[in-house]
Design a protein around this ligand. Sequence first.
Ligand SMILES: [Mn+2]
Length: 360
Amino acid sequence: MSNDRLDELRARVDEINLQLLKLINERGRLVQEIGKIKEAQGTHRYDPVRERKMLDLISEHNDGPFETSTLQHIFKEIFKAALELQEDDHRKALLVSRKKHPENTIVEIKGERIGDGSQYFVMGPCAVESYEQVAAVAAAVKKHGIKLLRGGAYKPRTSPYDFQGLGVEGLKILKRIADEFDLAVISEIVTPADIETALDYIDVIQIGARNMQNFELLKAAGQVNKPILLKRGLAATIEEFINAAEYIMSQGNGQIILCERGIRTYERATRNTLDISAVPILKKETHLPVFVDVTHSTGRRDLLLPCAKAALAIGADGVMAEVHPDPAVALSDSAQQMDLAQFDEFMREVRAFQRQFVQA
Ligand SMILES: [Mn+2]
């Protein structure tokens, strides 16, 4: 075969490649349009019946030389790519997505502007046990210029026989503390029915890791005018986490703070594995502030400081940790809460680190 003939055939192959390219993109545009119609109708993007019909039509018209199975394989790849295009469009449409809203969301809590570029701290006991216990921590928190105090009134515990929290009595203690110390209080709510009650007592409603996909709770949280701190589920992917936030925002409440708190992996050296890279990913994918809970991610007092430094260095909007006046007698998480002296030391180290590396 002469080189001329080879060049001619190759030129025709190039031409066909370009035609295929044009056709595949043309097909992609049509599928995107179909995706928009389906989204408006609220129907599923993937339709297996429709896919089967398309594959049958291709096999009916196949005159070779390719085997039908080979062609079906190629076409299935094209179908898959088109479905991914629709999904990209869908992701762009998420209300929490930065593509939708490029500026940072700032969540205002009693004058603090979470998400404004400064880095905040949320400190307090795992659980509210008594007025005196919370007051002791509140005084220490206040001394360090921190405005946000945490404390659990409803404690969803691994075992039903573990301390379950003081309930509404705990919320009342938090309210009293907030008023007396001029602090903002954060507490977890575990059922939709308690969301309304919580509005009277606390400044931020926390949705805990075990409830990240409690969709009724997320929807109820989305219907109130109160900041929400949403923790990542213990086995949730970042995509699931983002979609959980979308549940809240889609109901109208955009005052959401995301909180990475460690995920379950095979590693046993820590209680969970702190997924530190989730912070920049969440900051990139969404416009919401991102906190890191160093207590529950590590479950180890000796790791609180290095992990807090990592969180600040990687650009977290805030760090959460647990402080108890006497951790040894705490009713929950006694192994990982700091006592007041350890808290003082923690804050000194963290502030020095911020001055040196973060806010330089
Ligand atoms: Mn705890």
